[in-house]
Design a protein around this ligand. Structure first.
Ligand code: ATP
Ligand code: MG
Length: 776
């Protein structure tokens, strides 16, 4: 037996050595699913399977790259480089490129990113004179996206009265028309959006049996990681391609299905056994990633879900330390806690920055954390924010390049036709768009024939438009001989882009210049790299495709010693020694938008399971009692997920001094507060009983004996807070909002809330057990 196989346990070895036929590995987090997939590919190759015949689909391109590198160490890099590996989108974009003509697309079609799609949809809404507050372009885009991923084409849409009715009920009766126009405009521009890459692949495989056969024969062995998060469109592609040889191996964990909101269908994994004959099912139970504490805690969480496959996950790893739960006063304090803990841990245990990850539910949470890390000089990197390639200056350069490759690309053209400024105004651009639609031609074709078309543009402007055409055409000529780097270097220089930034002179302008420089360096790497890789041509079109499909996770080069910040969704499949899960508060995580149904809540719980199982050694859960959200300070309570963890695996850290009002801490957040003028009496802390968060015991009311006490009526819902009573009409003092009058009291027990009209800050609803009020 090959030596490398000794790095697998017996349960992992079985599916690795199972060469043919349909098979599924369902197993919990950290049990080696991805490892089995990797080793299985190496094994197939050692059994004489040609690397050209293997297709592996992964969740990120980075995962594919790492897998390929691992395989290369086993079978040699010359063999490994022929493997087809990558995300669904990147693999099928390549296939579509060579088959594009069958679908009426140019082979150099553009890939519209979300930003392009948004812009196009917004302009269609405007052209159609629709109310943009009802027709919100982002919502429309996500609606169109879900249609595409369910293979509902425009025609299918108009044949489905239920869909039309649903959109009409949602006050958007023109949605179908927008969808239709969007699809037409993309087609006319020779552009596919992300969803098209899957939709058009399906179209290709169903309409052209010979093409289907060709790829069935090519991909004799298909492997899919993270199968639980495939959507319907992806499912059908895998199904079609594997139909002939049925050598399909999928791995996944139903407990980690977290993309339902984007159309992922958990039934794909649950029904796999029904889809193929004689499916072999494998289970892996031993977790190699995490400590006993983390594994057991994660198990205790996922148990609460009703919809799940029963699985065993255990580990032979050390017990490890308990999961630390930390409460802060504000999101700013939370950030400071995280930063100082990382700082101390690094000092005390000689750890690297890259030993830490900070995971959150939504991107907007990163701000407070970033600030605290910066103050401590801890290098960090945010993954999945605005990607490098979506920065304005980069997108401008790329738009020139896109237009060179595909002059029909409408979004690219509109972006740069007057950037740098060439005296072509918005009215002119609008008229060009209308004319192009009228003639059903691209804008660029209209420009080329500007003296023949019927359009209301004066001759001075027409000259400018012709100059623009000449500029782009000269670049196209250069593109026939120069490589990507040379071309881009020439374009940035001669188009005036660089001059524009030089003129700017601000620090931001300098950063933009540096970004362009980095883009050019990346191109140089790309040009160099082509010599190493077999299945690429090194063309500009190919570079643009890589860029369009690059996620921020992929571009991890050079400086790897940083703390990683990302959403939990992005962290799927990854692992880190120390993991902070921040913002564990009701309405944030679980998200307020995902608590309407049991299945939504269960998806949130799976998300928490994913987060927790990223940790190898230590997990920290943090929450804040108040947090800025949508520009307002909102009171919050701890997430139910904290309580759901079996208490024996949790250690509650509640340093009382941190929770007391610290004028210095708060002064830098609430700049209007003058620390020495505030008299503050520490309020009673929320108690933790035997490591569990108590929701029963309300905060004891502190303060001088109430002066404005009104008699407790039968009907006004007043509250008895131990020895004092808070009633409507009381004047109270809050540590941050100052003095206010109680307007209303509602709720019971631990959930008593008061509505208070504060002098500074207006009316607020506060949960009394956290609010620390003082009657004045
Ligand atoms: P996830 O569900 O999070 O995607 P997974 O099931 O894909 O996890 P892997 O990432 O493949 O799990 O493995 C988790 C960790 O355990 C990795 O660091 C891997 O190298 C290690 N590992 C897996 N199997 C073994 C083994 N037999 N011996 C030693 N280490 C192993
Ligand atoms: Mg994995």
């Amino acid at each position: 037996m090959e030596k490398y196989l000794s790095q697998l346990n017996e349960a992992q070895l079985e599916p690795t050595l199972q060469k043919d036929g349909p098979m599924i590995i369902i197993a919990g987090a950290g049990s080696g699913k991805t490892r089995v997939l990797t080793f299985r590919i190496a094994y197939l190759m050692s059994q004489g399977v040609d690397s050209f015949n293997i297709l592996a689909l992964t969740f990120t391109n980075k995962a594919a790259k790492e897998m390929k590198e691992r395989i290369a160490t086993i079978v040699g890099s010359s063999e490994a480089k022929n493997l087809w590996m990558g995300t669904f989108h990147s693999v099928f974009a390549k296939i579509l490129r060579s088959e594009a003509d069958k679908l009426g697309y140019p082979s150099n079609f553009t890939i519209y990113d979300t930003q392009d799609s948004d812009r196009l949809i917004a302009s269609i809404i405007k052209e159609m004179n629709l109310d943009k507050d009802i027709y919100k372009y982002k919502q429309i885009r996500s609606r169109i996206s879900s249609y595409k991923n369910s293979l509902i084409t425009v025609r299918a849409y108009f044949q489905n009265p239920e869909l039309i009715e649903a959109d009409t009920m949602a006050r958007r009766p023109r949605l179908g028309d927008i969808y239709k126009e969007y699809v037409n405009r993309c087609f006319k521009a020779g552009a596919m959006d992300f969803d098209d890459l899957l939709l058009k692949t399906n179209e290709l495989l169903t309409r052209f049996p010979d093409v289907l056969m060709k790829y069935q024969n090519r991909f004799k062995y298909i492997l899919v990681d993270e199968y639980q998060d495939t959507n319907h469109s992806q499912y059908l592609i895998v199904r079609a391609l594997s139909d002939r040889f049925q050598n399909i191996c999928v791995v996944g964990d139903d407990a980690q299905s977290i993309y339902a909101f984007r159309g992922a269908n958990i039934n794909n994994i649950l029904n796999f056994q029904k889809d193929y004959d004689d499916v072999k099912v494998f289970r892996l139970e031993q977790n190699y990633r995490s400590t006993k504490n983390i594994v057991n805690a994660a198990n205790s969480i996922i148990e609460k879900n009703q919809t799940k496959l029963d699985k065993v996950v255990w580990t032979a790893n050390d017990e490890g330390s308990k999961i630390k739960v930390h409460r802060s006063l504000t999101d700013g304090d939370e950030g400071r806690y995280v930063a100082s803990t990382i700082f101390e841990e690094k000092m005390n245990h000689q750890l690297k920055n890259s030993d830490f990850a900070i995971l959150y539910r939504t991107n907007s949470q990163s701000r407070a954390i970033e600030e605290a890390l910066r103050k401590r000089d801890i290098p960090y990197r945010i993954y999945g924010g605005t990607s490098f390639y979506q920065r304005k200056e980069i997108k401008d350069v790329l738009s020139y390049l896109r237009l060179i490759v595909n002059p029909a690309d409408e979004e690219a053209l509109v972006r740069i036709i007057n950037f740098p400024a060439r005296g072509i105004g918005q009215t002119t651009i609008d008229r060009l768009v209308v004319a192009a639609n009228g003639y059903n031609r691209s804008i660029f074709e209209v420009l080329k024939n500007i003296n023949k078309v019927d359009i209301n543009i004066n001759s001075g402007t027409k000259n400018k438009l012709q100059d623009f055409v000449t500029l782009i055409e000269s670049y196209q000529v250069l593109n026939q001989t120069a490589n990507v780097f040379e071309l881009a270097e020439y374009v940035t220089r001669t188009s005036g882009l660089i001059n524009e930034l030089k003129k700017d002179g601000t620090p931001e302008g300098v950063t933009r210049m540096e970004n362009i420089e980095e883009l050019l360096n990346g191109m140089k790497d790309f040009v160099e790299g082509q010599k190493e890789v077999a299945d690429t041509t090194g063309s500009l079109a190919e570079f643009l495709e890589d860029v369009a499909l690059a996620t921020d996770l992929d571009a991890d080069k050079g400086d790897t010693n940083h703390v990683a910040l990302m959403t939990i969704h992005l962290a799927k499949g990854l692992e880190f020694p120390n993991v902070f899960i921040v913002g564990l508060e009701e309405d944030l995580f679980p998200s307020a938008m995902s608590m309407n149904t049991r299945s939504e809540l269960e998806e949130e719980r799976r998300l928490f399971y994913v987060a927790l199982t990223r940790a190898e050694k230590q997990a920290y859960l943090t929450y804040a009692l108040s947090r800025y959200r949508w520009g307002k300070l909102i009171d919050s309570e701890p997430s139910r997920f904290i309580e759901e963890i079996d208490e024996e695996y949790v250690e509650i850290l509640t340093p009382p001094e941190e929770l007391r009002f610290n004028p210095m801490l708060s002064a830098d957040i609430f700049g209007d507060v003058e620390p020495n003028r505030i008299r503050f009496k520490p309020a009673k802390q929320v108690e933790f009983n035997k490591g569990k968060i108590s929701k029963e015991e309300p905060t004891k009311f502190q303060g001088s004996s109430p002066k404005n006490l009104k008699p407790v009526g039968q009907t006004n819902g007043n509250v008895n807070l131990f020895d004092s009573k808070l009633v409507v009409g009381n004047l109270v003092k809050h540590i941050r909002f100052g003095t206010g009058e109680v307007l209303k009291i509602e709720g019971a027990g631990a959930d008593i809330k008061a509505e208070i009209n504060f002098q500074h800050g207006g009316v607020k609803k506060l949960l009394l057990r956290f609010a620390k009020l003082e009657v004045v």
